[in-house]
Design a protein around this ligand. Sequence first.
Ligand code: GLN
Length: 279
Amino acid sequence: MTVREALRNAADRLAQAGVPDARLDAEYLLAELLHTDRLHLIADGGAPLSDAQLNAYEQWLARRERREPLQYVLGTQPFMGCMLAVSPAALIPRADTECLCEAALAVLKPGMRVLDLCTGTGALAIALKKHCPGADVCASDLSVDALALARENAVRNGADVRFFSGDLFTPLRGERFDLIVSNPPYIPRGELPDLQAEVRFEPDMALDGGEDGLDFYRRIAAEASEHLNRNGWLMLEIGSTQGQDVSRLLQEHGFSEIKILPDLAGLDRVVCAYNGSRK
Ligand code: GLN
C-alpha cells in the first residue's frame, strides 16, 4: 500500500468515527510515524509502506478512532515554540493559553519572580522561562503525576524552573512574586459529561472548576495578594463567559486595573489584574 492509499483509508475511517479534521489527523499520525512532515509525506504519496509501518499506523488509528486526542497518540504538543511531552496526567496545552503567555511576557522582565499555579505539563512556566531567561520561575501543582511530566518537560526544553508539589499556594507559604499566572480548572462540573469526546480523555482534575466553574478563582482571588509584591500582576485564563464574574471577584479582593483580553477566536480568555495603585 502506498502513502497516498493509506492516507485515504485512514481519513475515511477517522471521519466515520466522527473525528473532526480526519484527513489532517491521518496526515499528522503517518508523518510522525515516518519521521517526516506533512508536506514531504504528501509529496512522496507514491512511496510504499512496509508491513511494520502499516501495523504501527493501524494501532495509532485505532486509538484515534476511539477519540483519544491526537496529541496523546503523538505524545507531544508544541506551545510557544517549546515542544512538550503530553500524557493523560495533564491537560493538553491549548493555543488559547498562548494568549495568556503573551500577556505575561508583555510585563515580564529579567529579575522578576514568577509563579505558575496549576502548571500541568509545565507549559506556561517553561515558556515564560524560555522567553525571559532572566526571570526566576516557580510552578506548583497538586497532581504528582502532572509535576513529574512538567519536570520532564523543563529538562527537555532546558528551562530552569523550580517546581513545588501541593494545592495552589500551600507549598509557597511566605513566598512573594511579581507575576502570578494560572490556567486553573474552570469548567462547571455539570458540563463535564457534555464536553467533546477527546476532552473526556483529559484529567477531570484539570477541568473541574466546581459547581459554577469559579472555585479556583475564588481561592486565587482571596490568597493571591499575600503572595504578590506590591505592583505585581495576576493573570488568569478563564472560560469565555467568566470574564465579569472573575473581574468582580478580583475587585472584591482589592485588585485594580482589571482587564479582560480575547483569545484568537475573539472570545474572552484572560483576566489581568494589578496589585496596588500606580499613582
Ligand atoms: N480550555 C479547556 C477546555 O475547554 C479548559 C481548561 C481549563 O479548565 N483550564 O477544554
